[in-house]
Write a protein that binds this ligand. Structure first.
Ligand code: ADP
Ligand code: MG
Length: 404
């Protein structure tokens, strides 16, 4: 993963197309509201790259996806609130155009002088983005002299503004390099891929089960053990025949969970008790039950105390830990205990010299909420991207960048 970064190239007087990750939470889904950015962490994370480029005489053309718009008319996902927040954080004007590519975007890009910042519209307003349409990539690259990818979280998918735009920039002879955020991710996660210290324990949780269960098989070839909690555990427990009541279980993923249990049961560690409630609510009455005692009207919303002790034992002496997916519905304080306690165990491991890497948007948010971000070795901005990298896969958005 030896890739060129922005410090390896000259950007003085150049127009630099930067693919950032400005996929931030918004205050409203109603386009008629005054929509604002409710958490600017991802925008702040891009500032070192953006300020470096501006300080070195570049003009910036920024693009990102935001949410999951269905069409270009899905104006609740327009980039305007992002432009406002970015202008405050950069302390300079941000020009916003209401298209990704086209005459208006091209004209705005052509007018840019060093120090100017242009933000394009949500890349997913273009149907060609997810299809990696080469025409869209070429139109994006045509506006700039240099391509910079700083959106690690999108690097596992070949889209027009990621892999496609980098390829198009190279085709016209311009550099395509990594930004600081991308570089930091590659450096931190790189050790875990190329030369992982052992014991190496992976922890999986959260709710995106069908996506992530596919990764467990590969991860088993690298990690010594995998601890499974959160919504992910429910599907495995259901596969073992436990009654999960109203818990989140992904039925389609049960066969996959079964075959993983058949092949690696001794290395997959599942909860032995859970915190259950009868409704999915912040104030729901709850109790701790063993996993064979969940009734039909209950749902598992967190791992239990015995499970936490078990996980703590399994983690003793670990030299490398990767964690993706919360242990419970941490958004409700009542069901955040498992996630918070696990984060504390991991912070102690770091004190003892272990490397602990966290991946996934919600996992990162949970660690931030527990005020333990600074205690971890690395908190990745990418969920799927960090997992795929840790599995040993080549990410298309990274592979395409210029080699160092
Ligand atoms: P990440 O964003 O870190 O990749 P996911 O998106 O896969 O993680 O999962 C995070 C979500 O999983 C959180 O919103 C959390 O509430 C939910 N979750 C965790 N455990 C459970 C559970 N037992 N039942 C339902 N949802 C859960
Ligand atoms: Mg998530």
């Amino acid at each position: 993963m030896n890739k060129k970064t922005i410090t390896d190239i000259d950007v003085q007087g150049k127009k630099v197309l930067v693919r950032v990750d400005f996929n931030v939470p918004l205050s409203s889904k109603d386009p008629n509201d005054d929509i604002t950015v409710t958490d600017d962490t991802r925008i702040r994370a891009a500032l070192p790259t953006l300020n470096y480029l501006l300080d070195h005489g570049a003009a910036l053309i920024l693009c990102s996806h935001l949410g999951r718009p269905k069409t270009a008319a899905d104006l609740q996902f327009a980039m305007n609130p992002v432009a406002e927040t970015l202008a405050v954080l950069l302390d300079r004007p941000v020009i916003k155009v209401d298209e990704v590519v086209g005459d208006k975007a091209a004209a705005a890009a052509a007018d840019l002088r060093p120090g100017d910042v242009l933000l394009l519209e949500n890349t997913r307003f273009e149907a060609g983005e997810k299809k990696n349409d080469p025409q869209l990539s070429e139109q994006l690259a045509a506006m700039a002299d240099v391509y910079v990818d700083d959106a690690f979280g999108s690097a596992h998918r070949a889209h027009a503004s990621t892999e496609g735009a980098a390829r198009a920039m190279r085709a016209k002879g311009g550099p395509a390099v990594a930004g600081f955020l991308m570089g930091k991710e590659l450096e931190a996660l790189g050790t875990a891929v190329s030369n992982p210290p052992h014991p190496y324990v992976a922890i999986m949780g959260g709710a995106k089960i069908s996506d992530k269960i596919k990764l467990i098989d590969n991860l088993l070839s690298k990690a010594d053990k995998i601890l499974i909690g959160g919504g992910m555990a429910n599907t495995f427990l259901a596969a073992q025949g436990y009654n999960m009541g109203k818990s989140l279980v992904e039925k389609d993923a049960i066969p996959e969970a079964k075959s993983l249990l058949d092949s690696a049961a001794s290395r997959l560690i599942l909860p032995v008790d859970v915190v259950v409630a009868e409704e999915f609510a912040a104030g729901a009455a709850s109790e701790v039950v063993d996993i064979d005692a969940i009734t039909a009207d209950q749902m598992a919303l967190d791992v239990g105390p015995t499970t936490l002790r078990l996980f703590g034992q399994e983690l003793e002496g670990a030299q490398l830990v990767i964690w993706n997916g919360p242990m419970g519905v941490f958004e409700f304080d009542k069901f955040a205990t498992g996630t918070n306690q696990l984060a504390l165990i991991l912070a102690d491991l770091v004190d003892d010299g272990a490397q602990v890497m966290i991946g996934g948007g919600d996992s990162a948010a949970a660690v931030r909420k527990a005020d333990l971000t600074a205690q971890m070795t690395h908190v990745s901005t990418g969920g799927g991207a960090s997992l795929e990298l840790l599995e040993g896969k080549e990410l298309p958005g990274i592979a395409v960048l210029d080699d160092a």
